[in-house]
Design a protein around this ligand. Sequence first.
Ligand SMILES: CC(C)(COP(=O)(O)OP(=O)(O)OC[C@H]1O[C@@H](n2cnc3c(N)ncnc32)[C@H](O)[C@@H]1OP(=O)(O)O)[C@@H](O)C(=O)NCCC(=O)NCCS
Length: 213
Amino acid sequence: MTGEGQSLLARLLMPGVAGHEMDDVGQPVSIATEEAALVSAAGEKRRRDFTLGRWCAHAALAQLGGDDGVIGLSKSGAPLWPDGFCGSITHTAGYAAAMVARCADFLGLGVDAERVGGVTQKLWPRLFDADETALLAALSPDLQMRVATILFSAKEACFKAWSPLGAAPQSFRDIHVALRDDGFDAISAAGLLTGRFAVRDDLVLTAASIPAR
Ligand SMILES: CC(C)(COP(=O)(O)OP(=O)(O)OC[C@H]1O[C@@H](n2cnc3c(N)ncnc32)[C@H](O)[C@@H]1OP(=O)(O)O)[C@@H](O)C(=O)NCCC(=O)NCCS
């Protein structure tokens, strides 16, 4: 599961889905005044993350010819997309990405980036069900960290796809993720979601999508 090539996001895209990603090397990025105002009271890191995420989202919308509006912020924290579009935004240390699609093609999208290392064994009981825990327990410590990060990131991506539809479960333990070679199936009371993942060094990126038909 070590990634080759530069673009993680390209490995997760599918027909009808546009995406944009950025490695954050301190380059200048800017967003509309109305969007910047949404986080004007936040600290520097939050404003940088928000700006990188929205920058990526606008670049992705532009690929679909839909970059002519402000991406708002709902009470839940989910982005408010221009009419006719859905999508998802993620940021983690040194990296940001966004995916968008037309609502005619997808009801929901979720994308999530995580650095390997944060999902320690102490967190497993809150995040993983018995089958996932058994899978992790059978792995070597190094692989354990990577797979735990992929499982968790997959659950975050599913949460982001389901949440705007009011379908997200109450607990991460209520989403069961089964990994395949470069993808996953996630099952919860909301139904079955399929997704993909990609890994580059310590960076994990996952995406889940809900097709409209
Ligand atoms: C919201 C959450 C998914 C964000 O994930 P994260 O790994 O912390 O951070 P990321 O950078 O990957 O994602 C942040 C982005 O998620 C998006 N987001 C936030 N809340 C969201 C929601 N309810 N639905 C969809 N997307 C959401 C936003 O675009 C945000 O970026 P922005 O504020 O710059 O626009 C995470 O904080 C979380 O897990 N919250 C709790 C969810 C929960 O209770 N789940 C229970 C069972 S599923």
